[in-house]
Write a new protein. Structure first.
Length: 202
């Protein structure tokens, strides 16, 4: 009788018990991880004056770059569009000087000092910044913007022609002289003022 009661349980029972123990351990670890994540997220400093840690910064930066390149991969520059054409870039001076220069600066001009953002907007007068992106990638960023960075999307409010003109402007910006930029902006402002006066007279 005693030998019968002391028999070891079948292997299937032992295996089931081990499996149940493993599942309980896994669930406990998952719950602990979730609680740690929620606690960390609630206490995470989202202030623009407080940079991310280096690991977080790397993940976000790499993720953004890979996302842009993936989504822009199938784009093609339309036939007849030359992003090195100065006359095409000139058409975008109004768009850039009004919507972009405040954050990204311009030839001979830094971005607005009150524009404190994180991540910090890149200076588009820096050739290394602009040349890090292909033509279609620049176009994609300009059209769609970048989430949670302050980078606006021009696509919903601008025509395709305007978007490619802005892309040409950004592509040429590192080589643009301050004198040329100021001349283009002055001409745009004069034309805008003249158009405003003409509309007011009517």
């Amino acid at each position: 009788m005693s030998s019968c009661c002391s028999r070891t349980p079948p292997k299937s029972v032992t295996s089931w018990r081990r499996h149940l123990t493993w599942r309980r351990s896994f669930i406990a670890m998952a719950l602990i991880s979730l609680l740690v994540f929620v606690y960390t997220a609630l206490r995470y400093d989202v202030a623009a004056t407080s940079p991310h840690s280096q690991p977080v910064e790397w993940v976000l930066s790499e993720g953004m770059q890979h996302s842009v390149r993936t989504h822009a991969a199938e784009l093609e520059v339309p036939e007849g569009i030359d992003l090195r054409d100065a006359s095409l870039a000139d058409k975008a001076i109004g768009h850039y000087s009004v919507a972009c220069a405040t954050c990204h600066g311009a030839p001979g001009e830094s971005r607005a000092p009150w524009m404190v953002m994180y991540p910090e907007p890149r200076a588009l007068t820096d050739a290394a910044v602009v040349n890090a992106w292909s033509d279609r990638e620049l176009y994609w960023i300009i059209k769609h913007g970048i989430k949670d960075t302050g980078m606006i999307a021009l696509g919903p409010t601008h025509s395709e022609g305007d978007l490619w003109a802005v892309t040409a402007f950004v592509r040429q910006l590192p080589d643009m002289s301050p004198d040329r930029y100021r001349a283009l902006r002055a001409r745009y402002q004069q034309n805008a003022a003249a158009a405003g006066h003409a509309e007011h007279r009517h």
